[in-house]
Design a protein around this ligand. Structure first.
Ligand code: ATP
Ligand code: MG
Length: 1313
């Protein structure tokens, strides 16, 4: 029996479980729903399996109580009992419908929507066809229930939105719903029992694709009560359509079909019931036309349908007169002529076929002579009615087929839901062949019910060796056999035999039938009474009248009528009469009894293939009263429907059973013994796997039993609990996937941001590094190198004195640089000054190289004021060459034109960079002389040669008597050391999500070995290869919502291991809620002042926040960043050991980009960098000044204060002040005493912002030996902060780590971001 699910709703399911679970810390309890108090109290019991006394009377009392209280639905397990309210209870509104969506049966009061939901859910979840069998007597509410089921399925099933077939799915839904008004018009009529009585059976199958969207439908029609076309008992009506058409037809139709009101036609007026209370035929006609349009009937098709209706109506008006010879004559030929016009044939032909029949004699099986036999008026009337019935019946069948053509699925479908709405059991005063057929079909449906709910169920328990006490019930198979059996012949067989033997004379055939029935008199359910017989049906005794039965069973049109159809010029008539019996065939054409028998057994077969749901409708009274509860009548129905037995079996039985394979397939995820990371891993047989799952999920042992091939679950609540766990599992997985996806995006974006940031930060530095590499090539192989000459961290920044920008020493003005003149290089240097009679002496100077000239400036004291004076300007075009020694010293001479001043001979610790810039500015045309001596013009006419000799004892490359003593350096072919590795800093984790480890995902394989996936029972490949499953086991959150209800066994599968904790959790910025916020699903409710962590910031104004371990979205403008608490900075980590330099290789640009460790949060602002000695410029200046000897030691840059101090100390001997010199204040270097008279500097700090340095990629090869010529002058450093801008304090005295400075800057930018 189908059981619905399911999930998610807290408190809805109260599964029976083994042991209570201990309350754990942080466990959330579901709050009581205050709305519960407003819910309508249920009267009686909503599931009659809960009745304390099981008796027909108790059932009746319960139903009565509920019905009187407006509760028309009651369950017996999964069977819905519906008692017709005969009034609108307002229980089919959209809201009510939606309230049943996604709920299991027990979560909501009994309702037809719950049955529909259950069927739809079971179809989608278990991939099994479903059918809803609605039974009950005429007027009990079957058709209404069927319509509500269709409406529910149309409303809740997918819309196919976004998919290609979306429009078609919408059309299918519309068409399915439109079949109701259409088929009701043609197939329903007012009877004494029901104003809208279905006079045919209908089985509608809706086909669904894999997504649960309807893709098509099919209607099977069962035996239309066509006798109603030609006559009805008093106060009943013909089919609705005749009244709709005659009352509501358009003028055009009236004109075309000569149409008049229903009172003008015999067929519609004879029973004296033209109008029905509560039915508006004209409005219904409009609905019918509309439904025809929805289904896709063309205008032409509609016209043809109405033509046939008109023919039938007019045929009814053909009257016969008896002539003297007793033969019939048409009373009004105008009628037959009009029928001829409508049928598009001669009126005479119509007339002929109505008053005579063609007889053919047969001799020895051969066809003999043909005679035209005139008919008497009675025979003629019967023939006329036969024609009318055939026309209408064939029209109806054509309409059903046409609907099926429109509803045919255009794509493949996987499952279907069938809804059976068949004519109800009928007992009239005059019951004939039609009632026999109708009641027979109802007997068959009762059989199915008994088979599946009572018999098969009990047999199954025995077969599966389940402990069971049998329950007695009435099996109506004996009645079915009485009607349908062949041997011994049942009623239908007797009818057929009678028709076969006495085919010519209906009366004789009826007599023959009476005789044949006598053999059935031994049957307890049959009584023969003259020209009547009684059948004791399950639903009551029915007396059937025999006269006319054989003729109705024969149900054959005479040959002449079929010939008339052939003669018609109307192709539609040909279409609806396609079959002509083969006159030569010896086979007896099937009778009406044969047809109903075969279609009933086909129906039963069809229904048995699907999972049935039952709705048993009950009629509370015969008067359509909304207040009268006829206790006796209902008791009768309760008895014959077998409700009492139903309750007993249901109470003792099991609500759900399924094969081990199916149970395992559905629930294997719920046990860690059977699933790992979504794979099925159980190696035992399906039975043991199934048992393991039930044990591991903590289901109490008395709740389930294992059969031979199936597992049985006693209460639906238990199944719902399993379904809930399963839903939670998927829900949990979906949440994990979403989280992982969000983390992945965060990770990706953060990586991209970091890469961009480092590229932004380092692209300038690349230029400097390239400049350095270029410089190396100029001297490479020709000059020995000082071991520390070019440190890996040294970048060729060029303008070390920042002449081009801040110009703290105000050298620009002193040198008289033209505007637009670009400074390529500036540095401190020493020039060899020879004074007559004295030893030449190195004297401090400022060396400035621009794109126009080389400037040599000196700091001198003037009037006690330190000033800088230009000593020498050599335009680049005048410099012929630069001369250097081949040893490791820093001496060089600039060979210019012959002049009084001679060529400057100088030392500069950054001579390589200077020379490189010089060569670059000359576009490579500058000669670089390298040799054991340097030649230069000391004066205009005095050439000097300085020798360079090796002396391992010399210190500082001293000059004496035209000889410079130099210690041995690195070989000429040696290469500079590689760039140092950046210091490892604290790496900021890429994401704050839980799924990624700190620093990003690990590539290390998991240490736990993964169990081998197994093929699911009945599958040939492991489940994971069939459908991808997220590899996470069920977690604690995946347990049923109602933890109080589903308590886990001690052996229950533990939740999956939590993801590894983040190794070094960085301090997370917290945000404070500024206002209260009540979140909806997926959102985070906040109390004002609550502190949350922000996990993701979306641009749409919503941030993903985390509070107490839960995630949810909250409006960003409700949140305010809580300023971080100040914290002592951690000690910077020790520098990593530098790897030994590798062999020179080409270095890609990427090699210049340093890794991105988080810099230690040193408070110092990086100052000028690039000092070979690694000394802070201010400190170097002070040292130099204190030493009083200029920059004998390498100290490429000097802050103003140091320079001025040195100058003031008179090292140069220069005096005289330069008024425009603005020595800057040095607030950032408090240890440097300021010169009292120095005017206050406008702003820039002593040290300018450093240019970014480059750290090599860890493990990167050393710098290339032959790099390309750099594109141009390195970009000047970024401007210093504007006055007023917040500045960080200057760097502390100590080693300047460029990589660290860079990282700090990157960090700053990131923080600013
Ligand atoms: N759930 C309901 N709520 C309100 N009225 C109902 C309901 N069910 C049935 N009725 C009323 O009862 C009438 C008969 O119901 P319905 O046509 O469904 O009976 P049926 O079982 O299909 O009978 P038949 O076998 O004759 O076709 C409906 O026309 C409607 O007026
Ligand atoms: Mg009906």
């Amino acid at each position: 029996m189908a059981i619905s699910k399911k999930s998610g709703k807290k408190g809805g399911v109260a599964p029976t479980v083994a042991k209570p679970v201990k309350k754990t810390a942080g466990q959330q309890f579901v709050k009581a729903d205050w709305k519960e108090g407003f819910k309508k109290k249920q009267t009686g019991v909503s599931d009659m399996t809960l009745l304390t006394t099981i008796s027909n009377e108790a059932v009746n009392e319960n139903l009565q109580k509920r019905w009187l209280n407006g509760e028309i639905y009651t369950y017996i397990g999964a069977v819905l009992i519906s008692v017709n309210p005969f009034r609108d209870l307002g229980i089919y509104t959209k809201d009510v419908l939606q309230s049943y969506k996604g709920k299991n049966r027990l979560e909501m009061p009994p309702h037809v929507f719950a049955i529909a939901e259950s069927a739809y859910y079971n179809m989608s979840a278990y991939k099994e066809n479903q059918c809803v069998i609605i039974t009950g007597e005429s007027g009990a509410g079957k058709t209404e229930a069927a319509k509500q089921i269709m409406a529910y399925i149309a409303a809740v099933s997918g819309t196919g939105e976004g998919a290609d077939g979306g429009q078609r799915i919408g059309e299918i839904k519309e068409m399915v719903l439109a079949t109701n008004p259409l088929l009701e018009s043609f197939g329903c009529a007012k009877t004494l029992r029901n104003n809208n009585s279905s006079r045919h059976g209908k089985y509608l199958e809706i086909m669904f694709n894999e997504r649960g969207e309807p893709v098509g439908a099919q209607i099977t029609n069962y035996l239309l009560e066509k006798g109603r076309v030609v006559g009805q008992i008093d106060n009943e009506r013909d089919f609705h359509i005749f009244y709709q058409f005659t009352k509501g037809a358009s003028d055009e139709q009236r004109e075309m079909f000569g149409l008049q009101g229903p009172e003008s036609y015999v067929y519609t007026s004879r029973s004296k019931c033209l109008d029905v209370q509560g039915i508006n035929d004209v409005k219904d006609f409009a609905d019918t036309i509309k439904a025809m349009g929805v289904i896709g009937l063309s205008q032409q098709e509609q016209t043809e349908i109405f033509r046939v209706l008109a023919i039938v109506l007019w045929l009814g008006n053909v009257q016969f007169e008896e002539m003297d010879d007793g033969n019939a004559r048409i009373a009004d030929k105008g009628v037959t002529d009009f029928i001829g016009y409508l049928m598009q044939c001669e009126g005479a032909a119509v007339e002929k076929v109505l008053i005579q029949k063609i007889m053919e004699t047969q001799r020895g099986g051969r066809r003999g002579s043909v005679y035209e036999v005139p008919l008497n008026p009675a025979q003629a009337s019967a023939g006329r009615d036969a024609l009318s019935k055939a026309l209408y019946n064939n029209l109806f069948e054509w309409i059903v087929q046409r609907v099926n053509v429109s509803l045919a699925p255009q794509t493949s479908h996987s499952q279907l839901i069938g809804v059976l709405d068949i004519y109800g059991f009928e007992i009239f005063e005059d019951n004939s062949f039609e009632q026999l057929c109708i009641n027979y079909v109802n007997e068959k449906l009762q059989q199915i019910f008994i088979e599946l709910t009572l018999k098969t169920e009990q047999e199954e328990y025995v077969r599966e060796q389940i402990k069971w006490t049998p329950i007695k019930y009435f099996n109506n198979k004996v009645v079915c056999d009485l009607i349908e059996e062949r041997r011994p012949p049942g009623i239908f067989a007797a009818l057929n035999d009678a028709c076969a033997t006495a085919h010519a004379d209906p009366a004789a055939a009826d007599q023959s039938f009476i005789q044949r029935l006598s053999v059935l008199s031994s049957n307890q359910h049959f009584e023969s009474r003259g020209d009547k017989f009684l059948v004791r049906h399950y639903a009551g005794d029915v007396m059937y009248n025999i006269p006319g039965m054989t003729d109705k069973n024969k149900d054959q049109l005479v040959k002449d009528i079929l010939d008339l159809m052939d003669k018609s010029g109307n192709t539609f008539l040909h279409t609806i009469f396609p079959d002509r019996p083969d006159p030569n065939s010896k086979k007896r054409p099937p009778t009406a009894g044969d047809r109903i028998k075969s279609s009933a057994s086909a129906l039963v077969e069809n229904l048995m293939r699907a999972q049935p749901s039952y709705i048993r409708t009950i009629k509370p009274n015969q008067n359509r009263s909304s207040s009268e509860y006829d206790v006796k009548a209902v008791l009768h129905q309760i008895k014959y429907l077998g409700l009492q037995e139903n309750i007993r079996v249901r109470r003792a039985g099991f609500a759900y059973r399924n094969t081990f394979e199916k149970v395992v397939e559905r629930f294997y995820l719920l046990s860690k013994a059977t699933s790992y990371a979504g794979d099925y891993i159980w190696q035992g047989d399906p039975k043991s796997g199934c048992e393991k799952i039930l044990i591991d999920t903590g289901i109490a042992k008395d709740e389930w039993q294992m059969g031979v091939t199936k597992a049985f679950i006693k209460n639906p609540e238990t199944l719902f609990a399993l379904e809930t766990m399963r839903d939670r599992y998927w829900h949990n997985m979906a949440a994990r996937i979403q989280r992982a996806w969000r983390n992945y995006w965060r990770y990706k974006n953060e990586c991209a941001r970091r890469i961009q940031r480092f590229w932004k930060n380092n692209k300038e530095a690349i230029v400097y590094a390239q400049a350095r590499d270029y410089a190396n090539t100029i001297l490479a192989g020709r000059k020995e190198r000082r071991r520390m000459s070019i440190l890996g961290s040294r970048k060729f920044l060029g303008d070390y004195l920042d002449v081009g920008k801040a110009d703290p020493l105000m050298l620009k003005g002193s040198a008289g640089l033209a505007s637009g003149e670009t400074v390529a290089f500036s540095c401190r240097a020493e020039v060899l000054i020879s004074k007559f009679g004295r030893t030449s002496k190195l004297t401090p100077r400022f060396l400035v190289l621009t794109d126009k000239a080389v400037y040599i400036l000196a700091a001198v004291a003037h009037d006690g004021q330190p000033v800088v004076q230009l000593q020498r300007k050599m335009p680049l075009v005048t410099i012929k060459s630069v001369s250097l020694s081949n040893l490791r010293d820093d001496w060089f001479a600039l060979n210019g034109p012959i002049s009084d001043e001679g060529d400057p001979l100088m030392t500069c610790v950054l001579k390589t960079e200077f020379v490189a810039d010089l060569v670059k500015l000359s576009n490579g045309s500058m000669n670089v002389h390298i040799g054991p001596t340097i030649e230069y013009n000391q004066k205009k006419d005095k050439k000097r040669v300085i020798k360079f000799v090796k002396d391992e004892n010399s210190r500082g490359d001293p000059y004496k008597s035209q000889t410079v003593s130099v210690t041995t350096g690195e070989p000429t072919n040696s290469v500079p050391r590689p760039l140092p590795k950046p210091k490892p800093g604290q790496v900021r984790p890429i994401t704050s999500g839980k799924l990624l480890k700190a620093g990003g995902p690990s590539s290390k394989p998991s240490s736990t070995s993964k169990p081998k996936p197994q093929a699911l029972p009945g599958h040939s490949v492991p489940i994971a290869s069939v459908k991808p499953v997220i590899p996470v086991a069920v977690s604690a959150a995946a347990q049923p919502a109602s933890t109080s209800a589903v308590k886990r066994h001690s052996m229950a599968p533990p939740p999956p291991p939590p993801p590894p904790p983040v190794a070094t959790a960085p301090e997370v910025p917290m945000y404070k809620a500024l206002f209260d916020f009540t979140g909806q699903e997926g959102e985070m409710s906040l109390k004002k002042g609550a502190l949350v962590e922000v996990e993701e910031k979306d641009d749409n104004g919503w941030w993903l926040v985390k509070l107490n371990g839960k995630e949810g979205w909250a409006p960003s403008n409700y949140l305010e960043l809580v300023p971080p608490k100040s914290k002592a900075p951690p000690t910077p980590p020790a520098p990593a050991r530098r790897p030994p330099p590798a062999a020179p290789q080409a270095v890609p640009v990427a090699a210049y980009i340093p890794a991105a460790p988080k810099p230690p949060p040193a408070p110092a602002m990086p100052t000028q960098n690039g000092l070979p000695s690694g000394m802070n410029p201010a400190a170097a200046a002070i040292k130099a000044a204190a030493a009083g000897g200029g920059l004998g030691k390498p100290s490429g840059m000097t802050p103003a204060a140091a320079a001025i101090k040195a100058a003031a100390a008179g090292r140069d001997g220069a005096t005289g002040g330069l008024k425009h010199v603005k020595p800057p204040t040095a607030p950032t270097v408090p240890t440097v005493p300021t010169v009292p008279k120095v005017p206050k500097a406008p702003g820039p700090p002593v040290a300018t912002k450093p240019k970014p340095a480059l750290a090599p990629k860890p493990g990167a090869p050393p710098v290339a030996t032959k790099p390309p010529v750099p594109g141009g002058i390195p970009k000047p450093p970024p401007p210093p902060p504007m006055p007023g801008q917040v500045k960080k304090p200057a760097g502390a005295v100590g080693q300047m780590d460029l990589a660290a400075a860079l990282q700090r800057r990157a960090q700053r930018i990131a923080d600013d971001d």
